[in-house]
Design a protein around this ligand. Structure first.
Ligand code: FE2
Length: 393
């Protein structure tokens, strides 16, 4: 054998074992990420085009889907959920149908994410017609030794491609993707400010920024909330825009410590958010998250301006990946927050092969109210689990 033909390593096997490849380097690692561009602001027209955006805005309501934790594949509950959402979209009444899907992160699970966008994203969503905007989850930010060596690259390639280009796999599936300004952003519509935040790549906690990963997102959030505060000056309670904020890691959640799985609250991240809200004097009307693979609804009662503001904090990591029972303890209160409801209840879970409890949120914003419906999906069937109305006060 000539020198040129010799293998680079004297490996016994075709696939050599690389220390640190599986599992990836540290499940609670966090990584720097790039700052959003163009102030991080998108308009509805940036997502669905000017004509459709004008028609939606003229209807005086905005409806959209939201869910997280989906990267499973075709012919799985992910596809069932995608097809159930697709049935909500009526092309003849598109202006009042859900206008887009806001994905709450964990689009892709596993190694080699760039390629997995085929099986875990474009293929299972083939029948879902709406544009999809997203924030990354921890699994989208994962870093590997031989693949996924740059955190968030596959996510940014697919969700943040430059205007005028399409991601290669999107072209393969004849999909048009949105060109997000970054992994955190604000969508500003006539009725709503929708902020998406990136809570980084750790499994056990979320963070919006620190000395290691950078503080650009926290600075951007402070500035963006301050801009909203300015925008609200002179507005009455009935003429201000709604504010919805989403991030992958739940500010409130209860793990299932008796089972050894599930995810708890990200207390430090929630404190980062609270500090920003307090400083700007602007609190959200609704907070969305995923990460825990169940539906959990919390109600926070926040004393503000001499009154009490009830803020729903909803976990909806139910989009198709490994459903888990909702934690017990519904109705219990800790501090200013009550765990109001959860799904699926443990009694519905089938031992060894849980398939009940997947679903998605449909959110409708008007000038005076936010309506959230959690819709349960099982196979071809879907039914509302509960509807929550939050008057905009
Ligand atoms: Fe996650």
């Amino acid at each position: 054998m000539s020198k040129a033909q010799k293998p680079q390593t004297a490996s016994r096997f075709r696939i050599p074992w690389l220390p640190g490849q599986h599992p990836k380097a540290g499940k609670d690692n966090t990584y720097p990420f790039r700052a959003t561009t163009d102030n991080g602001v998108m308009s509805l027209a940036d997502i669905i085009g000017t004509t459709a955006a004008n028609q939606v805005e003229a209807s005086n309501q905005l409806t959209f889907h939201s869910v997280g934790d989906t990267g499973r594949g075709s012919h799985t509950p992910q596809q069932d959920t995608a097809e159930a959402m697709a049935r909500d979209v009526d092309p003849k009444k598109h202006a009042t149908s859900p206008a887009f899907l806001f994905h709450l992160g964990d689009v892709i699970y596993g190694d080699g994410k760039e390629n997995l966008y085929d099986d875990e994203f474009y293929r299972p969503y083939a029948a879902y017609p709406n544009k999809i905007i997203a924030i990354p989850g921890n699994h989208d930010g994962d870093v590997g030794v031989t693949v996924d060596t740059t955190s968030l690259k596959a996510f940014e390639d697919n969700f943040c491609s430059p205007i005028g280009t399409e991601p290669p796999l999107a072209k393969t599936f004849s999909n048009e993707m949105v060109h997000q300004p970054g992994v955190y952003w604000m969508l500003e519509t006539k009725l709503l400010n929708l902020i998406g935040l990136y809570s980084n790549a750790a499994e056990d906690f979320g963070t919006l920024g620190d000395a290691n990963v950078g503080t650009q997102q926290l600075e951007w959030l402070a500035q963006t909330l301050s801009n909203i505060a300015t925008q609200r000056k002179g507005k009455t309670r009935k003429t201000r825009k709604a504010l919805i904020i989403g991030m992958h890691h739940p500010p409130y959640a209860r793990g299932l410590s008796d089972k050894g799985y599930g995810h708890g609250s990200s207390d430090a991240m929630r404190q980062q958010m609270d500090t920003a809200f307090d400083k700007a004097g602007v609190w959200p009307d609704l907070v969305l998250s995923g990460h825990a693979h169940s539906y959990q609804r919390y109600e926070r009662v926040k004393g503000l301006n001499g009154g009490n503001k009830k803020i729903p904090y909803i976990v909806a990591g139910t989009g198709g990946y490994a459903i888990q029972p909702a934690p017990s303890g519904i109705g219990t209160t800790e501090g200013d927050t009550t765990y109001k409801n959860g799904s699926p209840p443990k009694g519905l879970m089938q031992a060894g092969q849980p398939n009940t409890g997947y679903g998605y949120l449909t959110i409708t914003v008007t000038q005076t109210n936010i309506k959230v419906v959690f819709v349960i999906v099982q196979g071809n069937h879907r039914q509302p689990f509960e509807t929550i109305n939050t008057p905009l006060k």
